[in-house]
Design a protein around this ligand. Sequence first.
Ligand SMILES: C[S@@+](CC[C@H](N)C(=O)[O-])C[C@H]1O[C@@H](n2cnc3c(N)ncnc32)[C@H](O)[C@@H]1O
Length: 296
Amino acid sequence: MQTEHKIILGNSQQMPELADSSVHLMVTSPPYPMIKMWDILYARIDPKIARLWQELKADNREETVTRIYECMHENLAEVWREAYRALIDGGIACINIGDATRTINGSFRLFANHSKIIEHCERIGFTTLPYVLWKKPTTKPKYKGKGAFLGSGFLPPNAYVTLDCEFILLFRKGKLRQFQPHDQRRYDSAFAKKERDEWFSQIWTLAGARQTESQIERRIAAFPEELANRLIRMFSVKGDTVLDPFLGSGTTTIAAMRNERNSVGYEVDESLLPLIEKKISFKPTASKLSIIRREK
Ligand SMILES: C[S@@+](CC[C@H](N)C(=O)[O-])C[C@H]1O[C@@H](n2cnc3c(N)ncnc32)[C@H](O)[C@@H]1O
């Protein structure tokens, strides 16, 4: 099947290239709020966040930290709102997100990103569906969220539980998606019993996938292709259009190509283009690709 793929270099808080109700599925992983590696990106996208970090240096207040965290989620919510508009009725949104722990000015805090995203998406109109916990096999327990457990790791009560799971949140726009009776596209896209039993259980362990990744993919926290493949096969049919508003290295695009879906990906960081192009250089011949640069 011939499929079409668009990569748009620009900010996905606005997606004017997408018509209303033109996308069947979203598979994505945003920059995780309050994870240090994304601080600069959030400050660049929203000058208010940059100002709040400056304020925190002067006032040292827990309240300012909370405002930074909330502001980051308000920025993400603009993307969720655009995705909601672009999805068809019955379309599914899959959001891979991890919570964050961080000590700022000496006080330790958990930032439960998954619950903030659920709150925002429900306010936008999405229905929350049962979600997946992605158990990371490589994460070792840490003492107080920092280094490895040392001697005192056996003594209660001051150690913290390790965040070794990420969430794959699942949402639906509107009611169940409707198909004509005996629509062949559904039968052509069916999964096997073994796949169904594994994919529709709540805990996924995708062992080893990350070890094959390059330095840059690790730096931008790319998800394994298997994760995108599963979600695409679980929640769309061949010929559908898949959106990733936080494209990174292009994992969703290559997964869409391999599974005979169309795709649209947005990426604000143009320096990732060579990595994206390398990843999709293995594309099936029946995939047509266009790269679009927004007018500045
Ligand atoms: C966690 S990474 C995504 C990794 C991706 N799933 C992969 O497998 O490579 C998040 C990406 O979103 C991009 N990004 C952040 N905010 C954005 C925005 N508002 N619009 C478009 N891209 C954005 C970042 O530059 C980064 O590459």
